[in-house]
Every structure is written in structure tokens, then in C-alpha cells.
Design a protein around this ligand. Structure first.
Ligand code: PRP
Length: 213
């Protein structure tokens, strides 16, 4: 049978997933020594790791070219449509926050505010929930720059330690938008066709996740 393909979000989530897989007994040497390779076999198991950008992990899962994926809840909330979320992996913890320049009152005045974000859908839903009319400007990274440069009144972004906000003179206005962590997701057809393999792998990952807490 062809290998079970698991797409990992390149970077920190990839590293945490590899640690978890190694703790569960899988040989991930090929991933550790990957160089610039993007598809890596896991030693001694019929599993292949695929390394992709967060939103692309979802695209590969939805189109059925990967069976499983590891992606942040933030990416799922922004892009997710049709797949199963089967496990909260517990790492990659952070939260969404609305933040602005210290000393300014975001909610004052009647004009529609401008929000800069990498997450336009999350931002739209958040402000719709408040019944607030806003304008969204999509930024690709270092969103904290937008209010500092005068492009936006505030940002919606993920916050982990809070250092990026602090070091740039920004403060949290609200951070009860949603808790985030890495999730194991599965293609809907794979979950039926390769149920046993997927369940076994997910069970091993869950067991190790519990130990790592
Ligand atoms: C993320 C996020 C914040 C920062 C939050 O950015 O967009 O900028 O991390 O972390 P902190 O609260 O611990 O400071 P990332 O490093 O992914 O880079 P990017 O802004 O270029 O996307």
C-alpha cells in the first residue's frame, strides 16, 4: 500500500511534531537531515512526511493528496473547510488578540476603524460578532508595523509571549478571541479508507502528548 502521507507545517510545528513522533518510537532521521527535501520517508513505517506552508497543509488535505496534516488552529479558523480535526496536539499554544498603540482608546469615535491582519476571515467574524463596521487591510507578516506606521488603528494577530507587542509599544485590547494550538487533521476519505492506520498513529501521538504535558 502507498505510504500514509502526513503534511507538517514547516518550522516550529514541524519540529514539535517530529519530537512527538520520535517519542512515539518513529525514526525521523530523514526529517532531521532533510536538507532542502520536502517529502521524507519515516524509517521503519509506511509513512511519508510532507513539509508545507500552513495554509497549503489544508489545501493538500482537502484535495486528498495528503492523508493527515499538522496545522495551527489559527490557520484552520482562517482557511478551514472540509476535513476532520482529530486531535489537539497541545503544542504551538497561543491566542488571537486585538491590539493597538498604548495610550489610544480603540473604541472611541464613530468612524469605521482600520484593522491590519494576516487573518482577514477571523478578523471579519470577530467584528461581525460585535456588530462593528471595520475596514481590513491584509498584511503578510510583522503585522505590528501597521499601527506603528499609521496604516491601521489596530491589528488582529496571534500572541504567544506578548514580547513582540511589548517591544513595539502595542497593548492588547482584547485577547479572548480564541485559544490556539496545533491540531492533527485528516482527509475525510482517508479517515474511512485508512481508518486503522490513522487511528493507530493518532493514538500513539495522543499518548505521547499526554506524557509531554
Ligand atoms: C508571530 C505573530 C507575532 C508574534 C507573536 O509572528 O504574528 O508577530 O509571532 O509572538 P510573541 O507574542 O511571543 O512575541 P511570526 O514570528 O510567526 O512572524 P510574522 O509576523 O512574520 O508572521
Amino acid at each position: 500500500m502507498k505510504p500514509l502521507r502526513i503534511a507538517l507545517t514547516k518550522g516550529r510545528l514541524e519540529k514539535d511534531t517530529i519530537k512527538l513522533l520520535e517519542a512515539a518510537g518513529f525514526d525521523c532521521t530523514s526529517v532531521r537531515e532533510k536538507g532542502r527535501k520536502l517529502i521524507l520517508p519515516i524509517g521503519g513505517a509506511n509513512i511519508e512526511v510532507v513539509l508545507a506552508k500552513a495554509a497549503d497543509v489544508i489545501t493538500y488535505i482537502e484535495n486528498g493528496v495528503c492523508d493527515l496534516g499538522v496545522v495551527g488552529k489559527d490557520t484552520i479558523m482562517e482557511n478551514g473547510r472540509s476535513f476532520y480535526e482529530i486531535l489537539d496536539l497541545g503544542f504551538g499554544r497561543c491566542r488571537f488578540a486585538l491590539a493597538g498603540k498604548a495610550g489610544t482608546d480603540f473604541f472611541s469615535g464613530y468612524d469605521a476603524k482600520t484593522i491590519a491582519t494576516k487573518y482577514p476571515n477571523v478578523t471579519r467574524n470577530f467584528f461581525e460578532g460585535k456588530g462593528m463596521d471595520i475596514r481590513i487591510i491584509k498584511i503578510e507578516g510583522s503585522v505590528e508595523l501597521a499601527p506603528l506606521l499609521g496604516l491601521s488603528d489596530a491589528i488582529v494577530d496571534i500572541v504567544e509571549t506578548g514580547s513582540t507587542l511589548k517591544e513595539n509599544g502595542l497593548v492588547i485590547i482584547e485577547d479572548n478571541v480564541a485559544p490556539i494550538s496545533a491540531r492533527l487533521i485528516a482527509n475525510t476519505a482517508s479517515l474511512k479508507l485508512r481508518k486503522t492506520e490513522i487511528e493507530e498513529l493518532a493514538a500513539k501521538m495522543e499518548e505521547e502528548r499526554k506524557k509531554m504535558k
